[in-house]
Design a protein around this ligand. Structure first.
Ligand SMILES: [Zn+2]
Ligand SMILES: [Zn+2]
Length: 651
């Protein structure tokens, strides 16, 4: 019997093998490939019209693991077509280091089993109403959005929904942005469910991944809380997917196999014919559009915990502030912060920039410190005592011979959180402060710092965007956005949307225990309309406006964008080739090609980068026409094309 076997490699088609085993679609097998033996899956169709003439080899062995369901095969086929990724690479996402894991002895899965001790979830009337509308047509595929301000108790609602599904014997998946996978969240889960969820992200050990993978395939594990990649686990009986913080842009996988985990979660739910719940304080533009069109149902939680209201906001005009040189905190802010501190409020200075200073320059020769691999300035990190490229990781010491004479004499322009922290210490010398960024919070000590923050042992925090994600700080009642103008810059059509999300995330951090809270924005911009737009208590007003701008300009979600990024080491050859490529594909595709243009970060990791943008109708025709023509163009060796469907990042 001839069988089509898909292998976890760069090929977009299954290979034909011979077998006298009794094989069916979805069975995992071991086959010879070249000189090695690899794991593959019996696929749902043979390679189309091949004229290759290989000797057909024999399947070596069937692996005793529950076979891959047809629905998942269909999902992977679609995933591959939509994202323009070879089918083999899609399969690779589902396997564990290109392998499958056989079942361990039962006791290995013991801790994931439901125990008797289950705390009852007490829901408010509003939460009950949301749960009710969430559970409408819960038997099949549908998308429901639960929208509620931070602190309104959304988690309890979807936990309860999940509990009901599990009690019917199904499995559940909670997708979180990587950064949201905190111990706090896990603790809450265990308290309410009485058993441990399986936690899945890139940092999980190989052994634990094996246990989880096999436990999921055999329905021994009921719930996975995971980052993007957990979407590809081989659930035997998946009954519900929950995407928490659905607006979070880190659901987009930007390197390697590029895809948007939120969108793919919706698609997997549709192939599995199961419900999916999207959870958010403020929906993304795409989700909002689908709510408006009636494609997604919606429920809202308006009441915050203990009736806490959202924080007030104040705009501090820096044009009148006469800041001293190399200082960024105005007198007015210092006075206001002192009032908050007297009331025992915790204070956060927010600046989305790691390190001490983003720009280091010699006062004698005027040459700045830039990355030798990327066209970007190195960021000075004072604590680590080095200069760092945030894109490629290049590191160097702050020490350079000057072309004038002797050593360079450095000046630092602009602040990062370390520099703001120094200024804070100068102005509030008796207070305990801490920096909250990926440089300080990635280590083991972070749990200790978190405890100190929660117990109000630290009075002033200086933090990057990291702080806006899912942490609960009960005493935080004052947030100073050091420079709102900074966060509105970027190579991005989503700049405005990002600011809206950021504001709602930040203000969700403040005032969670009912005390009045305030967010202060320092700005040089006299047009404060953007601030009043994003701070409006009703985000729909902003989203409606933004959606209209997108419609008028034919931007997503009204059109499909596909970014084509070509990289190479020779600047001139790259440019020439990019134009040739454009001419080659232009007439054969369903859509219009814009560019090529140099990418905003023109050089990255030693490679030059040129971007093309295809825009077309929202249909698979765009991808299909590209997939047909692209392989016919042969790039010179050393040049590489990356395809990014629905790009978010335009760097
Ligand atoms: Zn670099
Ligand atoms: Zn110099």
């Amino acid at each position: 019997m001839k069988v089509p076997i898909l292998l976890p490699n760069i090929f977009n088609h299954p290979f034909t093998y011979d077998s006298d085993l009794n094989l069916k679609i979805g069975d995992y097998v071991i086959v010879p490939f070249g000189k090695s033996k690899i794991t593959g899956v019996v696929w749902d169709e043979f390679e189309k019209k091949t004229n290759k003439n290989f000797a057909i080899k024999k399947v070596l062995k069937k692996i005793e693991v529950p076979s891959l369901k047809k629905k998942i095969i269909k999902f992977l086929n679609w995933f591959s077509e939509y994202n323009m990724i070879p089918k083999g690479m899609a399969l690779k996402l589902l396997l564990l280091s290109s392998n499958v894991i056989e079942k361990f002895p039962n006791e290995i899965y013991e801790k994931f089993k439901i125990e008797i001790k289950i705390n009852k979830i007490e829901l408010s009337k509003e939460q009950k109403n949301c749960l009710k509308s969430m559970n409408v047509s819960n038997q099949k595929f549908r998308v429901h959005v639960l929208q509620g301000t931070t602190g309104s108790g959304k988690t309890m609602v979807y936990f309860e929904a999940l509990k009901q599904i599990i009690n019917k014997g199904f499995q559940g998946l909670i997708l979180l942005p990587e950064i949201g996978l905190t111990g706090q969240f896990q603790k809450k889960f265990i308290e309410l469910f009485g058993f441990e969820p399986a936690i899945w992200h890139s940092g999980v050990t190989k052994k634990n991944k094996e246990i989880i993978w096999s436990g999921i395939a055999n329905n021994e594990i009921k719930v996975v809380i995971g980052a993007r990649s957990s979407l590809f686990l081989p659930f035997k009986k998946l009954g519900l997917i929950i995407v928490d913080e659905e607006h979070d842009q880190s659901f987009k996988q930007d390197e390697g196999v590029i895809y948007n985990a939120r969108d793919m979660a919706i698609s997997r739910a549709s192939f599995e014919n199961i419900p999916v719940n999207l959870i958010t304080a403020v929906p993304s533009i795409e989700t909002y559009d689908n709510i408006k069109k009636g494609k997604y149902s919606l429920s809202k939680l308006d009441q915050r915990y203990k009736n806490a209201s959202l924080p007030n906001y104040e705009i501090i005009n820096l044009n009148n502030a006469k800041l001293k040189t190399q200082s960024w905190i105005s007198k007015e802010i210092i006075e206001k912060v002192n009032l908050h501190l007297e009331r025992k409020d915790q204070v956060l200075f927010f600046l989305n920039r790691r390190g001490f200073s983003p720009h280091v320059l010699c006062k004698k020769c005027f040459s700045s410190y830039s990355c030798p691999n990327c066209s970007i300035n190195l960021v000075y990190h004072k604590y680590k005592q080095n200069l760092l490229c945030h894109y490629c990781g290049y590191k160097t010491l702050l020490d350079r011979n000057c072309i004038k004479e002797g050593k360079c004499d450095f000046a630092f322009s602009g602040p990062g959180v370390e520099r703001i922290s120094e200024e804070v210490k100068k102005n509030f010398p008796t207070k305990k402060t801490a920096i909250f960024s990926s440089d300080t919070m990635n280590k083991k000590s972070s749990l200790e710092i978190l405890d100190k923050i929660i117990n109000n042992e630290i009075q002033i925090l200086v933090g990057t965007q990291l702080i806006s994600k899912g942490f609960h700080f009960p005493n935080l009642n004052c947030i100073v956005v050091v420079d709102i103008d900074l966060s509105s810059q970027g190579h991005d059509l989503r700049g405005a949307e990002k600011n809206l999300q950021l504001y709602h995330q930040l203000s969700g951090r403040a005032g969670r225990t009912g005390k009045p809270a305030t967010v202060y924005f320092q700005t040089y911009n006299l047009n404060t309309k953007m601030i009043s737009d994003i701070t409006n208590k009703d985000p729909d007003i902003f989203l409606d406006k933004e959606l209209e701008i997108r419609r008028q300009n034919n931007l997503p979600p009204f059109q499909r964008f596909v970014a084509l990024i070509i990289t190479g080491s020779n600047e001139r050859d790259l440019e020439k080739e990019a134009f040739k490529f454009k001419n080659f594909i232009e007439k054969s595709i369903e859509g219009k090609v814009l560019g090529p243009v140099n990418a905003p970060i023109f050089r990255l990791k030693k490679k030059f980068r040129v971007r093309l943008l295809v825009r077309g109708q929202k249909s698979l025709k765009v991808q299909n026409s590209l997939a047909k023509i692209i392989p016919k163009f042969k790039f010179p060796s050393g040049m590489k094309l990356t395809v990014d469907v629905d790009p978010i990042n335009f760097n």
